[in-house]
Design a protein around this ligand. Sequence first.
Ligand code: HEC
Length: 176
Amino acid sequence: MLDNHEHNHAVHEFDGIIENRVSSPPIYYTILFYGLVIWGVAFCAFYLLSGWSSEAEFQQKMMTYQETYQKASLSDPTSSTPKSAPPAEKAVAAVPAEPEEDGTTLYAEKCAMCHGENGKGSGIGPNLARPDYIYGKTPEAITESIAMGRSGGMPAFSDQLSDDEIQVLVNFLLSL
Ligand code: HEC
């Protein structure tokens, strides 16, 4: 045992564990090892020293989105072409949907409590799904009913709703 130790320094055995100092790990293993060490240092250094933060990136994206969104809603798509294409397409697509088109939600919010679901009438307001209205079922007459109110208990909505919203509701009622 002691003899063997003196004659061969490359191979040690202690307590049943053999230590081999001759054969080194394969070259690809060494490259991988040091490569990962370097990459790890560079990776940490980038995020520590470059000033990048996920918070800042998020704020940046929000600002870009809001800019494109506001530009797109100025209704002239030719005068302001937003810088990044994909968010712009999204924003442009979102704008027409913004003023509600078919009026169902607006009606449900402002009118259904008195006129019932889908204009079918409730105890308070008359049925609006019928073919004829007391004050007339023309766009002008309905616009006036909504904007100015009617003496029999119909409140005026001109200060709560924009002209566009009233128009949407008029079309909704005419479609019933
Ligand atoms: C507070 C209850 C109430 C609310 C809310 C209400 N209405 Fe009325 N509405 C009435 C009543 C009551 C009348 C009947 C008025 C009359 O006969 O003089 C009426 C009448 C009308 C008329 C005229 C009907 C006809 O026969 O000429 C229209 C149109 C109308 N409402 C639309 C709407 C719309 C659209 C909304 C939602 C923006 C709305 N109303 C919200 C109570 C309400």
